[in-house]
Design a protein around this ligand. Structure first.
Ligand code: NAP
Length: 290
């Protein structure tokens, strides 16, 4: 397959880039502001930008869009920019898909739910409570309206290897390794299902190989709040010096409302791929630090 990965300088995109190449596919990975290894420039906000990668030459069969404005509180305070960078930019991607007759994969989130009674299945009623969640849902709807054959992966709390090491788990690991004192003020009431970006890539590869469409949840068996997740990581660093301050979300003054009881159930994916094993946060830490 010829796969264009938009946002291959980021966490999910970079894992997909590595895995899909390993599987023998022709892959073009793009960056926007951070020129990560093996990526080329592409701006979905400005398809006419002369610096953009030559998509005609690549002519993708699949376009995986990992680009979005992902800072949830920033989106809440800048709704127009959020709309531009998440919805409008995805419209450009869908136009490219029409041009190249490519299948689109869109990466979405459990923030399309209100967090009253998660974890959620694919068919549960959506009700986003933040600007970010509303715009992700709009992009989902555009994706399936454009072509019912397109694919949406919902994920949450993704962690794992990435060049910038900016995800929550990677940052704690790095600071602990650097023997920096950590001060962590974290919500004790925001629950989700963390998943390794490598597993997202492996699962997506199966779905693409079988030409699946529609919505799939991709999550591991971990169901943790942020405090539990941080402690799980810190347990691997007995020498780490840290102060952990658990708070309720209401005390944190975050601009955007969060889906507190979030997370995703992967029963649909697991029924179709019963031999696929998701790794846990412990598996990830054991692999790195055993
Ligand atoms: N990580 C999670 O826990 C999580 C959970 C739920 C859903 N998601 C969704 O999954 C997707 C990928 O997330 P991630 O964690 O991998 O995010 P990330 O690490 O922040 O990566 C985002 C990628 O999008 C690129 N990008 C941003 N604006 C762009 C533009 N205008 N044109 C082209 N590319 C652009 C970024 O490029 P530069 O960095 O080079 O600027 C980066 O490669 C996002 O849509 C996010 O909403 C992520």
């Amino acid at each position: 397959m010829r796969i264009l990965i938009i946002g291959a300088s980021g966490l999910i995109g970079s894992n997909c880039l590595r895995y899909f190449k390993q599987q023998g596919h022709e892959v073009l990975g793009t960056y926007f502001s951070y020129p990560a290894k093996h990526t080329v420039f592409l701006d979905t906000l400005n398809p006419q930008n002369p610096e953009n990668a030559d998509l005609d030459a690549f002519s993708p069969e699949v376009i995986l869009n990992c680009g979005a404005l992902t800072h949830v509180d920033y989106c809440e305070q800048h709704p127009e920019e959020s709309e531009q960078k998440t919805v409008q930019s995805h419209r450009t991607v869908l136009e490219w898909a029409s041009k190249y007759q490519a299948k689109v994969v869109y990466i979405s989130t459990d923030y399309v739910f209100d967090g009253q009674n998660g974890p959620y299945t694919e068919t549960d009623t959506v009700n986003p409570v933040s600007v970010y969640g509303k715009h992700k849902l709009q992009a989902e709807e555009l994706t399936l309206r454009h072509n019912a054959h397109n694919l949406i992966l919902r994920v949450t709390n993704v962690y794992g290897d990435e060049e910038r090491g900016k995800n929550f788990v990677a940052r704690i690991i790095q600071q602990a390794k650097d023997k920096q004192k950590l001060t962590l003020t974290l919500p004790v009431d925001q629950y989700a299902t963390p998943v390794n970006g490598w597993d997202v890539a492996r699962a997506l590869h199966l779905l693409l190989t079988d030409d699946k469409s529609g919505i799939y949840n991709i999550a591991s068996t971990d169901f943790l709040n942020r405090v539990e997740l941080a402690l799980k990581v810190l347990n691997y660093f007995p020498e780490a010096e840290y102060e952990l301050i658990p708070k309720f979300t209401g005390e944190l003054g975050q601009a955007a409302e969060r889906p507190l009881m979030g997370g995703l159930i992967t029963a649909k994916f697991s029924a179709e791929y019963p031999r696929f094993l998701f790794s846990s946060v412990d598996d990830y830490l054991n692999r790195i630090y055993d």
